[in-house]
Design a protein around this ligand. Structure first.
Ligand code: ADP
Length: 484
């Protein structure tokens, strides 16, 4: 059993700039709190815009030598980081549960999932290839080479503190890019601890710089405006993503954007309902519903809606809400009080419009920011919960009469990240792959993320892909040379 207090003394609390742990220039600090208790866990450096630019200076200075480093050496550092992470999986899991709130078992799963990006991209580092071909006119040779895009700025959210960092850092480092990473202000400790692990794995100074700040916009703006920066990779909400894209326009910055979702979860009359219930629990309640891939709208064929919903509600009533470190807890707190207010507002709006609460439906008493796992049925069109990302443990059920209606409703959103379809009819499954507008789909599967698969959205859910063979490509640019 790891001692929480002792672990927290070992987590860096300062900025990592050019290989040195550095106080913010102003000396300012900000608290990090445990959402399950409201208790302060640590105070960390609060970077100013000048600190952000110092971190970019360090990345720019490290860029050329890191790009020139043997791909095999880059791969070895990532492999070593993966081995160190696996040796300390309990420690990283506990840290994530403390600052973000998810149950320890889920934090453990995230350490393994997040770690896989290190291993996957260690393998990809040595496989970057271009092509070589005779031109059609027969007068010369076309050579296409791939090279690192250059210094990157990585902005991550709070919901998966480790995996969102490794999913960006690993491909960037594998490709030969130096980076500045800014974790979310609510969950910076995991990234700081991970940065120390990368140092231990042999990463040279300046290749990875970490800035933590309570002023994300003010610190990010000068970094984004600096022409030496060549890449932005962002995971977060669509409104912030739009704002960053506007800022990126000034320097024509290459952008990867993993933004919001509004995933439909379709259950057809021919679905295996046991599997659909199992998948629904995972797709909705993993991470307390705080995932951009979380199922947001349950569209269930009217002939099976009552059976499906009742079986699901039975499962939801049995969930145990509490501090993620306590045995048997399956749902942790929401990230903060704002999140609780938002979720409660969406539920109240749905109920006001005629939805029925099968279970839950209200915040739970503190300390900590908890919301009862909730099932709503008969959610009418027009309810905000069907168009907004819920980001909480609330499952909203609506029904459909036929496949065309299901598809039309599933696609009636500006988002297009994930979708889930339950059917035992293979032909129908194939039609859904063609017809549902989403970057990712689980066909009879409620959890789809995999480091070996391209993660990302279409429509206003984002640009680019993370993971898979595609992931490293986001950090490479293409150069063509004609040789005659
Ligand atoms: P969430 O809803 O997950 O908190 P946000 O989009 O607000 O999503 O935050 C995701 C990340 O984006 C966090 O690291 C946050 O600090 C950062 N962020 C928020 N606003 C800005 C901004 N204007 N410029 C740069 N980063 C920002």
């Amino acid at each position: 059993m790891i001692d929480e207090g002792e672990l927290l003394t070992r987590v860096p609390s300062r900025l990592l700039i050019d290989g040195a742990w550095t106080d913010a220039a102003t000396g300012g600090t900000v608290p990090v709190t445990d959402p399950a208790t409201g208790r302060e866990l640590a105070r960390i450096a609060d970077a100013s815009p000048g600190d952000g630019l110092a971190a970019l200076d360090a990345a720019v200075a490290a860029q050329d030598s890191w790009a020139a480093e043997a791909p095999r050496r880059r791969a070895e550092i990532l492999h070593q980081a993966w081995r160190l992470l696996m040796a300390r999986d309990d420690e990283f899991a506990l840290l994530m549960t403390l600052e973000m709130g998810k149950p320890l078992a889920e934090s453990g799963a995230e350490v393994r999932y997040g770690g896989e990006f290190l291993r996957w991209f260690a393998e990809e580092a040595t496989r970057v290839a271009g092509r070589h071909q005779r031109n059609p006119a027969g007068t010369g040779t076309i050579v296409v080479s791939r090279r690192p895009v250059g210094p990157c700025y990585l902005i991550t959210p709070w919901n998966f503190p480790l995996a969102m960092a490794t999913r960006k850092v690993a491909p960037a480092l594998a490709a030969g890019c130096a980076v500045v990473i800014k974790p979310a202000e609510l969950t910076p400790l995991t990234t700081l601890h991970f940065a120390a692990l990368l140092q231990e794995a042999g990463l040279p100074a300046g290749v990875l710089n970490v800035i933590t700040t309570s002023a994300a916009a003010a610190v990010s703006a000068p970094i984004l405006a600096d022409p030496r920066l060549r890449k932005l990779s962002f995971t977060g909400s669509t409104p912030v993503g739009r704002r960053l894209l506007r800022q990126a326009a000034d320097t024509v910055l290459t952008c990867s954007m993993e933004l919001g979702g509004n995933a439909p979860f379709l259950v057809f009359a021919d679905a295996d309902l046991d599997r659909a219930v199992e998948g629904a629990v995972a797709a909705k309640f993993r991470n307390g519903g705080q995932a951009c891939t979380a199922a947001n709208r349950f569209l269930v064929h009217e002939s099976v809606a009552e059976t499906f919903t009742e079986r699901l509600a039975t499962r939801v009533r049995a969930m145990r809400v509490g501090r993620g470190t306590d045995d048997g807890v399956t749902i942790g707190p929401l990230i903060d009080a704002t999140a609780v207010r938002k979720v409660d507002g969406l539920v109240a709006d749905a109920v006001r419009r005629g939805a029925t609460t099968r279970c839950g439906g209200a915040p739970l008493a503190g300390p900590g920011t908890f919301y009862a796992p909730t099932v709503l049925t008969g959610v009418p069109d027009g309810a905000a919960i069907l168009t907004e990302e819920i980001f909480g443990p609330v499952l909203a059920v609506t029904t459909f009469a036929d496949e065309d209606e299901a598809v039309a409703r599933a696609n009636a959103t500006e988002y297009g990240l994930a979708a889930y379809v339950y059917t035992t009819d293979l032909a129908r499954g194939q039609r859904m792959i063609d017809r549902i507008e989403s970057g990712m789909m689980g066909l009879n599967a409620g959890v789809i993320s995999d480091p070996a698969a391209p993660f990302g959205g279409i429509k206003q859910s984002g640009l680019g892909r993370e993971g898979g063979a595609e992931g490293i490509g986001e950090y490479l640019e293409t150069k063509y040379t004609l040789i005659v």
